[in-house]
Design a protein around this ligand. Structure first.
Ligand SMILES: Nc1nc2c(ncn2[C@@H]2O[C@@H]3COP(=O)(O)O[C@H]4[C@@H](O)[C@H](n5cnc6c(=O)[nH]c(N)nc65)O[C@@H]4COP(=O)(O)O[C@H]3[C@H]2O)c(=O)[nH]1
Length: 524
């Protein structure tokens, strides 16, 4: 059942890994299509705006020229000049001259007016110009005109000329909005004014009329241009973009799924290989000397397991011990490690009968009596006293405090010394030290590294040393690499050290040679 749900989970995981890149690429395609569409539409709106600005400038220029006419107002010569100015300005439909800024006296097309028409209120009034967005009442053409006036003259413009921009795509629309009044002045391609206004107020949005709108404002004049296009265009571009991005997403998805499958298989096969290595006893032990700091003599060694590979390299325990723990292989591994240590110790103890070797136990080894029984069987068989084999347990091994406490008690009662490994790095706090009866604290390398430095954790090592002294425990410093560290530790009452300064982990034969040399030094 468990196997079945594991396979289902695995398949779901692989499908998820394959689908994620496809989803991402679909999203990227949409974003790119939208960005392209937005840029194109903004460009179109800018073209529209520059057209508006050009027409508006043309109208203002006509007003300036009107000021320079030197003839009797609304006289024949004046009217002639007025028509000439109107003709010279391409976008100007008509020009009228005003009395008191509000009565139309005469016009280029109308001649002199009697009675004089009165202008309504302007749509917008600036410091120099007034603007009427829908000036029906001046010219009798029937078309609403845009009128711009100074204090003396007014010019009329066909609003359609403002947005009359040539585009290749007839589905695009343009609208001109007066920003002073928020009114649509002119539209090209039958945009309903309310939608153009929504596009003006909420640019970048899709409106209910199925169009997508962008807006650009003039920096010189009170106008903005709103450009729109049907959202269908966007979908078309999205599909086009998908044709590029989707295959890429599918390829990436397949690659990710294949990579995940390979990873799972390699992990699976690594577990299989480890199981095989344990069954065939293909692990080896290395020994790292533990020395007395005062005399610098070797008093013991930590046994560290290695997994030799075909090409001569060794896999380190940090890689395969967790794998063994996760896959139910740790107990057979511990048994094999004990067997290998016993075999090596037969020779080691011949040279130094007072030596001890420490073995690392996993959390599960501390949870039951099982390993105690293995020890009780193996050690007498190998002729090794229990005092020669110390037990290393990490704080992580105390998950089940009660059983760990019981097992540690029994190990000590059987004559083994118990060492707390990696002290200070666990999370069980210090309280367990009062309940657990142990013999030695091993200070983790990370604290020794900071000894005598400015690091924030530099003050931890002295505290751990103090704790060890207060609890009357022996202390071993791990990872001692420099003479300065060794001096500092000795000065602070730490009895023993382990680290590259004294010796790296080495095979049994090399450790034997190391012990011989150590004895030689003591004798000389
Ligand atoms: N850079 C540096 N490193 C130093 C120095 N002195 C010692 N070391 C390294 O520090 C680790 C000390 O072992 P540990 O804390 O018990 O940590 C051990 C232990 O927790 C675990 N382990 C090793 N052998 C066994 C085993 O037989 N059974 C179990 N359950 N765990 C084991 O694997 C861990 C890693 O072991 P290793 O890779 O052999 O790494 C070893 C050793 O090679 C030094 O001066 N400088």
């Amino acid at each position: 059942m468990l196997q079945h749900s594991y396979v289902v989970l695995l398949v779901l995981g692989i499908i998820a890994v394959a689908i994620i890149p496809v989803g991402i690429m679909t999203f990227v395609a949409e974003q790119r299509a939208q960005a392209r569409e937005y840029d194109a539409l903004v460009l179109y709106a800018r073209r529209g705006l520059s057209r508006v600005e050009m027409v508006y400038t043309n109208a203002r220029d006509a007003l300036e020229q009107m000021k320079r006419i030197d003839a009797d107002t609304c006289g024949d010569e004046y009217l002639q000049d007025m028509r000439r100015v109107a003709l010279m300005h391409r976008y100007v439909q008509n020009i009228v001259t005003l009395r008191d800024g509000q009565y139309v006296m005469c016009g280029a097309m109308l001649g002199r007016l009697q009675p004089q028409a009165r202008l309504k209120q302007p749509s917008w009034q600036g410091p120099r110009y007034r603007v009427w967005l829908n000036a029906y009442d001046i010219e009798d053409t029937g078309n609403p005109m845009l009128m711009i006036a100074d204090e003396r003259n007014a010019v009329l413009i066909d609003p359609d000329s403002l947005v009359d921009v040539v585009v290749e795509d007839p589905s695009l629309s343009l609208s001109l909005v007066g920003t002073a009044t928020n009114e649509v002045v002119a539209s090209w391609h039958n945009v309903k004014p309310e939608y153009a206004l929504m596009g003006y107020k909420d640019p970048g949005s899709r409106q209910a009329d199925g169009n997508y709108y962008v807006m650009v404002k003039s920096t010189q004049y009170p106008f903005a241009v709103v450009a729109g296009e049907p959202t269908g265009n966007l979908m078309r571009h999205w599909y086009a973009s998908l044709r590029i991005w989707l295959p890429l997403g599918i390829l990436l998805g397949l690659a990710a799924a294949a990579a995940m499958l390979m990873f799972i298989r390699s992990r699976g096969s690594m577990v299989g290989q480890l199981r095989d290595a344990i069954r065939r006893k293909r692990l080896v032990m290395h020994y790292q000397p533990i020395v007395d700091l005062a005399s610098r003599r070797c008093i013991g060694a930590e046994a560290l397991v290695r997994w030799p590979q075909q090409h001569g390299t060794m896999i380190r325990p940090d890689v395969f011990v967790p794998l063994a723990e996760d896959n139910g292989l740790i107990q057979p591994m511990t048994d094999l490690v004990l067997e290998l240590i016993c075999a090596d110790m037969a020779t080691l103890l011949q040279l130094r009968s007072d030596l001890y070797v420490s073995i690392n136990l996993a959390a599960i080894d501390l949870s039951t009596d099982r390993f105690i029984q293995v020890l009780a069987h193996k050690l007498p068989q190998a002729g090794i006293e229990s005092a020669r084999l110390a037990i290393e347990a990490t704080e992580r091994g105390f998950m089940d405090v009660n059983s760990a406490q019981e097992v540690i008690g029994k190990l000590r009662a059987a004559g083994h010394k118990v060492l707390i490994d990696d002290f200070g790095t666990g999370y069980s706090g210090l309280s367990y030290l009062q309940t657990f009866q142990v013999d030695v604290l091993k200070i983790d390398k990370s604290f020794i590294d900071t000894v005598g430095t400015e690091a924030a954790t530099a003050s931890v090592a002295p505290h751990i040393v103090e704790i060890g002294h207060a609890l009357k425990l022996k202390i071993i410093a791990e990872g001692v690499e420099s003479e300065d560290q060794a001096q500092w530790l000795q000065a602070h009452g730490v009895q023993s050290g382990q680290g590259w300064l004294f010796g790296k982990p080495m095979p049994a034969a090399a450790f034997l040679a190391f012990l011989a040399q150590d004895r030689q030094k003591a004798l000389s």
